[in-house]
Design a protein around this ligand. Structure first.
Ligand code: ZN
Length: 398
C-alpha cells in the first residue's frame, strides 16, 4: 500500500501480504469460525483486460484436500501462483479447482492451473453443457425484437466509439476472447456438480441468473458468491435467453425451461435463496472484497438489498415508459439518467440490463413489446398492471 497508514482489517481477516488499493496482489487468511483454513488471493487481470472490477478473488479451502475457487483470467496464472507462494503453497498442492461460473474472469485460468498442478476441474453441470458454445452462439439476438435492436445499436456503436463494444482487439476478457473460447471449449469437467452436492464441509448451491451455471459455495458461515452477490456493485443480470436448440433436448429436465436459469427473474429467485440461508453469513465475493483502500465486507443482507434495488429499477423503468420513453435507447437513458453513457461499452451494458428488466415486466404481463412494422425498432407499451411489485416484493425478506 502507498503511504504509511494501513487500512483497518476486519475481524476474521488476517493480511498475509498487502497489495494495491483495488486489492490486486492482496493475500489474506479468512477465519472460518472453527472450520478448515481458508485463504484469499486478489488475482490481478493480465495486461490489456478491463480493470473495472479489480482482481478476481481466488479462495483456497484446506478441507479434505485443497480446493481453489476461481483462478481468474486466462493469462493470470503468474499472479495466482505468486499468491499461492505467499501462502507457502505451490500449484501442485491444489487438488481441485472449482469455478463459480463460466465467465472469462473466473474460469479463464483453469486450463493453465490444471496443467501446472494436475488438479481436477469441478464446475456446475451446465458449465460443461454450455462449454462447446461461444458467447456469440449463446447470446442470441434473433430471439426478440429488443435484442435485435440492441444488436443494431451495437453495430452503430462499433462504427463510432473510441471504446469498442464486442469488436476485434481489446476485449473485456483481456487475452482475446477467441483464445479464451478455444481453451474453454476443449476443457473437460472432472466432476459435474449439481445443487446440494457436498465435499467435506463444503456445500454447492446452484444460484443461476447472472449466468446459468452459477454456484454459491458454502462453508459454515462463509458464502463464496462468485458474481452472484457483490459488495459495492450490483451484478449484471443475464437476459432471458433460450438454450441452444440442439442442447435443449439433451439437458436434464430440471433445466429444460430456460427461464429457470437465464434472466432477471431467475437471478432474483437465486438471490432470495441466499437470503434464506441464514443470518450472520460472511460474503466472500469474486470482486471488490477490497477496493479503494478498504475491505468491503458484506453479508447475506446484501442479497436482499440487491433484490430491492431491482424492484426500484423496475419502478423507474415503468415510470419512464409512462412518461414517453418508449423506445429502447430512450428508456435506457431514462433508467440510467445518473450516468452519462457516453461510451459504447457502458451504453451497451446499460441497454442489456434494461432489456433484462423489460423481459421481467413482460413475463409478469406489465409491459408489451411491439415490433414496429417496417421500422428498425420496438416500442414499449404499459398494460396498466404492476404485478412485478408483488412478485419481486415477495422475494424480499422481512
Ligand atoms: Zn460473471
Amino acid at each position: 500500500m502507498a503511504g504509511t497508514t494501513r487500512p483497518d482489517v476486519p475481524s476474521g481477516i488476517t493480511v498475509r501480504r498487502w497489495g494495491a488499493g483495488n486489492g490486486d496482489g492482496l493475500v489474506i487468511d479468512v477465519d472460518s469460525n472453527g472450520g478448515p483454513p481458508v485463504h484469499g488471493i486478489g488475482v490481478e487481470p493480465p495486461a490489456g483486460s478491463s480493470r473495472a472490477n479489480g482482481p478476481t478473488w481466488a479462495y483456497v479451502i484446506e478441507d479434505d484436500g485443497v480446493t481453489l475457487i476461481d483462478p481468474g483470467h486466462l493469462g493470470s496464472f503468474g499472479f495466482l501462483s505468486d499468491g499461492l507462494k505467499v501462502l507457502g503453497m505451490a500449484p501442485a498442492d491444489i487438488d481441485r479447482v472449482v469455478v463459480t461460473h463460466g465467465h472469462w474472469d473466473h474460469d479463464g485460468g483453469v486450463a493453465e492451473l490444471v496443467e501446472a498442478s494436475g488438479a481436477e476441474f469441478w464446475a456446475h453441470e451446465l458449465w460443461q453443457a454450455y462449454s462447446p458454445y461461444s458467447y456469440g452462439q449463446l447470446l442470441r439476438t434473433d430471439e426478440s425484437p429488443l435484442r435485435a435492436e440492441m444488436s443494431r445499436m451495437g453495430e452503430r456503436v462499433r462504427e463510432n466509439g473510441p471504446r469498442q463494444y464486442g469488436g476485434g482487439g481489446r476485449k473485456p476478457g483481456g487475452a482475446g476472447r477467441d483464445d479464451y473460447e478455444s481453451v474453454r471449449s476443449g476443457m473437460k469437467v472432472d466432476r459435474e456438480l449439481v445443487d446440494g452436492d457436498r465435499h467435506g464441509s463444503i456445500e454447492f448451491l446452484h444460484t443461476p441468473g447472472h449466468w446459468p451455471d452459477e454456484l454459491t459455495i458454502r462453508l459454515g458461515d462463509l458464502i463464496f458468491t462468485g458474481d452472484h452477490v457483490l459488495p459495492e456493485i450490483t451484478p449484471h443480470p443475464s437476459m432471458a435467453y433460450d438454450h441452444p436448440a440442439d442442447l435443449a433436448k439433451s439437458l436434464p429436465s430440471r433445466y429444460r425451461d430456460a427461464r429457470e436459469v437465464w434472466g432477471l427473474s431467475a437471478y432474483l429467485r437465486s438471490l432470495h435463496r441466499v437470503c434464506q440461508l441464514g443470518q450472520g453469513l460472511t460474503v466472500m465475493p469474486a470482486h471488490r472484497l477490497f477496493n479503494r483502500d478498504r475491505f468491503r465486507m458484506t453479508d447475506e443482507r446484501r442479497a436482499a438489498e440487491t433484490i430491492a434495488f431491482h424492484l426500484e429499477r423496475c419502478d423507474i423503468l415503468v415510470d419512464a415508459i409512462e412518461s414517453g420513453h418508449v423506445d429502447l435507447e430512450s428508456a435506457t437513458r431514462a433508467l440510467f439518467s445518473n450516468r452519462p453513457l457516453t461510451d459504447g461499452y457502458h451504453l451497451m451494458s446499460a441497454i442489456s440490463e434494461t432489456i433484462s428488466h423489460v423481459e421481467l415486466l413482460e413475463e409478469n404481463g406489465d409491459v408489451r413489446v411491439v415490433d414496429v412494422e417496417g421500422g428498425d425498432g420496438a416500442r414499449l407499451e404499459l398494460t396498466g398492471s404492476r404485478h412485478y411489485r408483488d412478485v419481486i416484493g415477495e422475494l424480499i425478506p422481512g
